[in-house]
Design a protein around this ligand. Structure first.
Ligand code: HEC
Length: 103
């Protein structure tokens, strides 16, 4: 019981650190690109706007990295203010998903 509480606290702490580490987590408003609802990112957008999408994408990039496939936000987004996609972004998104799905 107490160890469970402890794990939970650590998770909250890590979560808090992760969020505050990114441009002090201002409300980034609704998504303007991932609005069609097909990708996990679009689903996060529908639920929590850009903040949620940001967190999800960060997590996806991290999971891919754990599998040895390196992506950075800038490899698919021209900038992380308006998230304008690069030419390769949609194709790479599939690679990103595939990398995560890989066992
Ligand atoms: C492999 C390519 C790729 C990488 C790497 C990537 N993204 Fe994305 N991102 C996309 C694509 C493609 C979309 C649009 C998805 C859709 O249309 O459903 C998107 C959408 C988003 C959106 C929603 C924007 C909007 O207004 O709709 C946010 C926020 C975002 N990404 C943040 C990030 C962050 C932060 C990182 C780095 C941690 C990152 N992305 C890395 C491909 C990528």
């Amino acid at each position: 019981m107490s160890s469970r509480v402890c794990k939970c606290l650590i998770a909250v702490l890590l979560f808090g650190l992760g969020v505050s580490g990114v441009a002090n987590a201002a409300d980034r408003g609704p998504c303007t690109i991932a609005t069609k609802g097909a990708t996990p990112t679009a689903k996060a957008c529908a639920q929590g706007g850009r903040d949620a999408a940001w967190k999800l994408m960060k997590d996806m990039v991290k999971q891919a990295k754990d599998k040895g496939v390196k992506f950075s936000c800038e490899s698919c987004h021209k900038d992380v203010d308006n998230f304008e996609l690069t030419k390769n972004a949609n194709a790479d998104y599939k690679k990103l998903e595939a990398a995560i799905a890989k066992k």
